[in-house]
Design a binder for this molecule. Structure first.
Ligand code: GLU
Length: 389
């Protein structure tokens, strides 16, 4: 973490923002709606105006918007869940509320953007759409086509069909995946907090806003605590999101979405919110997808030699360095490579299934064919399909 004043001397936000063209703006539930009053059209209108201004200034905008569940809960009223005997936090109730609220969300966005002669489109995604490379590429093509035609894609999780196993979970992480999906240059996460603080501002009045985070260290993660708000994400999910964006080589800003003119101020390079700097050399879109969009289906425990070969020598993972396999996975699944001490060092797409790897682990590449009766690849994970963590 950098001290604020020290940071200002050697760092200029404007330089980081120069050349930014495509921007993902994520707006949290708490910015847009409250349980008592539902959607706040004034705030929505202000933010839409700001996004329309961004477009006028030559930027492309992809919007990730929460708010469906909260808007739906208000619309259904306090007696709906009681009448159907549903707990407010039950998946059934949230799905019903999301279905009811999503239409209001889009109806209002459409009206508000139309004032600025801007067309919008709705994309509802599940983790299945992100995990499956073909569906991922289709979603990406759709986003590119929409942007090409000047349309603002408005994305939310498809809450109505989600079950625990396929749930993306929170729109902070979704916005980071969309950043890579859309190949955006900047991620702006608008929330009900000013940014990232040196302590929890609700509990500690010495807490101060950190202007720039150059690297997400364990100390920064500890500071994120587990503050939860009305939406799904707290500061932890925001950190996960900015971390993913950083690995894609994209800067991110977390700021208060209720602050008038917030997007304009961010783009001017003003000291609003917290800016998270990207890793200098970002992962390619495909490697980012492997590392962050896919869920690991199993683990491969590697020995020290293989760990070094992966981390320091840019090598592929061969059977000889494998000590053990955990989980059941198939060819092409994403697996996590861990050291004996449990630390994850890489993720990659496996060329063999779990059962096959168990049979060839610790053996030479030249023995694969004799053991399995066939050999499709020399490597268990080829370097091209491997990302260091
Ligand atoms: N998809 C949820 C909604 O629209 C929001 C999830 C989140 O806040 O992260 O209400």
């Amino acid at each position: 973490m950098k001290d604020n004043s020290a940071t200002q001397q050697n760092f200029c936000r404007k330089d980081i923002l120069a050349g930014v063209r495509r921007i993902v703006v994520k707006i949290g539930s708490r910015v847009l709606a409250s349980l008592e009053r539902g959607l706040d059209l004034q705030v929505m209108g202000n933010l839409v105006q700001e996004m329309a201004d961004l477009r006028k200034a030559g930027h492309e905008v992809v919007l990730v918007s929460s708010g469906a569940i909260l808007a739906g809960r208000t619309k259904l009223g306090p007696n709906f869940n009681k009448a159907f005997n549903l707990a407010v936090n039950s998946l059934n109730f949230k799905q019903a509320a999301a279905a009811v609220g999503q239409t209001s969300l889009m109806w209002n966005y459409e009206k508000l953007f139309n004032v600025h002669q801007v067309q919008v489109a709705q994309l509802l995604l599940t983790s299945d759409d992100i995990n499956n490379r073909r569906r991922y590429l289709n979603a990406r093509n759709t986003i590119f086509t929409l942007l090409h035609h000047g349309v603002v894609p408005i994305i939310n999780e498809n809450d109505t069909v989600m079950v625990e196993e396929i749930k993306l979970g929170d729109n902070d992480n979704l916005s980071a995946l969309v950043t890579s999906l859309a190949e955006a240059d900047l991620l702006i996460i608008l929330s009900d907090v000013e940014g990232f603080h040196s302590a929890d501002p609700c509990k500690d009045d010495t807490a101060c806003l950190i202007s720039v985070v150059e690297m997400i260290t364990p100390e920064i993660e500890r500071l994120a605590g587990d503050g939860k708000h009305l939406g799904t994400g707290g500061m932890i999910t925001k950190l996960q999101a900015v971390h993913k964006a950083a690995r894609f080589g994209v800067p991110a800003v977390v700021a208060n979405g209720r602050r008038p003119g917030v997007i304009k101020q961010i783009m001017q390079g003003d000291e609003v919110g917290t800016m998270f700097l990207p890793k200098q050399k970002g992962l390619t879109s495909r490697k980012h997808w492997i590392a962050h969009a896919l869920k690991p289906r199993g683990k491969i425990v590697v020995d020290d030699g293989a760990g070094k070969a992966l981390l320091e020598m840019g090598k592929s993972l061969l059977p000889s360095g494998i000590l053990r396999v955990e989980g059941i996975f198939s060819v092409g699944d994403m697996v996590s490579c861990v050291r004996l001490d449990g630390v994850e060092i890489a993720r990659g797409l496996s060329n063999y299934n779990a059962n096959e790897i168990e049979r060839i682990q610790g053996r030479k590449t030249s023995e694969i064919k004799t053991i399995l009766k066939y050999k499709s690849y020399d490597e268990v994970i080829h370097r091209d399909n491997l990302v260091l963590m």
